[in-house]
Design a protein around this ligand. Structure first.
Ligand code: V47
Length: 384
């Protein structure tokens, strides 16, 4: 680093060590290639250990994408289909229930449910799917429907957001995933997904969820047409909502996968960019307890490394993931529990199984499928 860059970085280091909050300019500065990535990582690791100690969290989960038919044509998406495209599908109740059965038989605590906005299916179909699964498998946590879907339900039902969210919760929705956030800034959003819920709507929906006590996650899709300014602006909007509600559990930076998308001319971000984004996210989001290195998207090696660059969670064992695999992800379709624990151990962290809302999961050593939840995991958000 040049002396001027070193001085500026040292001032940031001091601020972070004292529990100070980084601003827009400081965040953008950390993206400059002349700022040593490994020092940014070391700083993020300090914050990560302050908040989460030496733990590496994982869960045992599965995905359900009940339809890929979608009214929107987001340019980064390889998963969606037109209504009459032979690739389009809608799962039947039997298929959906079979997935629930498979999940429970494999000891899953969570099902992550997202799909497309199907032109011909009403709100009752999306609601009924949650109800059917929950009635059949009440212990399975249903983390479902992104803010983009909730926005669509608002359009379909013309009901207030909180009413919709409470209705979904009453039939078994446990929490909401963080998808659909992409990049909030309109300079970027208008280029990649101009028609869907805008940043204000996404934030309004997560705020409504938090206000009724529904926990949610948040994401950022990076590595396409955005610049560092747009990424930091995005993180600050999330930080601002978290200051107001405290309802976000984990932030997941999502690296763009270009294959089979309308942006296939763009190169996938490098592992170094992934690690830098992970570290900067940890540093900017000083009020979000967890940062997830989603191994499906990062690849196993980068996800392991990310556990030393700010991340404390690597998502789950996963099954039936389609969004990334349709876009060229070369990661396995799933990991066994032994494999996921081993990769956390290899990274020098202590593997801890959590449920979706970050409670410890205890399993009967004689019968893996017999599990119960304990206390919430410990996080320390203050600097002593
Ligand atoms: O919103 C879609 C992204 C998201 C591509 O909450 C793509 O725990 C890269 O939100 N390349 C859905 N990204 C996935 C998601 C998620 C994943 C894991 C955990 C959680 C959680 C949430 O995936 C979409 C979009 O941002 N996406 N296509 C693509 N080609």
């Amino acid at each position: 680093m040049t002396p001027a860059t070193r001085d500026r970085f040292n001032a940031i280091r001091q601020k972070v060590e004292q529990g100070g909050r980084l601003n827009l300019d400081e965040g953008i500065f950390l993206y400059s290639p002349e700022v040593c990535l490994h020092e940014v990582g070391e700083l993020a690791n300090m914050v990560r250990e302050r908040i989460n100690g030496n733990v590496g969290y994982y869960n045992i989960n599965t995905h359900l994408n009940p339809t890929n038919v979608c009214i929107y044509r987001c340019r980064f998406c390889a998963f969606r289909s037109d209504l009459r495209d032979p690739k389009g599908y809608v799962m039947s109740d039997e298929q959906i229930l079979a997935r629930g059965k498979e999940a429970v038989e494999n000891g899953c605590t969570e099902m992550h449910i997202v799909g497309g906005l199907h032109h011909k299916l009403g709100y009752d179909w999306y609601r009924g799917l949650i109800e059917t699964l929950h009635n059949a498998y009440p212990k399975l946590h249903l983390k479902g429907w992104t803010a983009v879907e909730i926005d669509w339900f608002e359009f379909l039902t013309k009901k207030p957001l909180k009413e919709i969210l409470m209705d979904l919760r009453s039939v078994g929705l446990g929490s909401m995933p963080g998808g659909g956030a992409e990049i909030f800034h309109p300079e970027v959003r208008d280029q990649i997904c101009e028609h869907k819920a805008n940043s204000h709507k996404w934030i309004e929906i997560h705020q409504a969820a938090h206000e009724i006590g529904l926990k949610t996650n948040c994401t950022m899709l990076y590595g396409h047409v955005e610049q560092p300014y747009h990424r930091i602006d995005h993180l600050l909007r999330l930080r601002d909502l978290q200051d107001r509600t405290g309802g976000f559990q984990t932030f997941i930076p999502l690296a763009f996968h270009p294959e089979n998308t309308k942006l296939s001319n763009i190169k996938k971000p490098s592992a170094l960019m992934d690690l830098r984004t992970m570290a900067i996210s940890r540093l900017m989001l000083d009020n979000i307890p967890h940062i997830k290195a989603y191994w499906i998207m990062l690849g196993i090696g980068t996800a392991q490394t990310a556990l030393a660059y700010g991340a404390d969670d690597i998502d789950g064992t996963v099954r039936h993931e389609l969004i990334y695999h349709d876009a060229g992800a070369t990661t396995p379709e799933m990991l066994s529990v032994d494999q996921i624990r081993q990769l956390i151990v290899e990274a020098g962290r202590e593997p801890v199984e959590r449920d979706t809302i970050y409670r410890h999961v205890h399993r009967d050593p004689e019968d893996f499928k017999n599990w119960s939840v304990g206390d919430e995991v410990a996080v320390s958000m203050t600097v002593s």
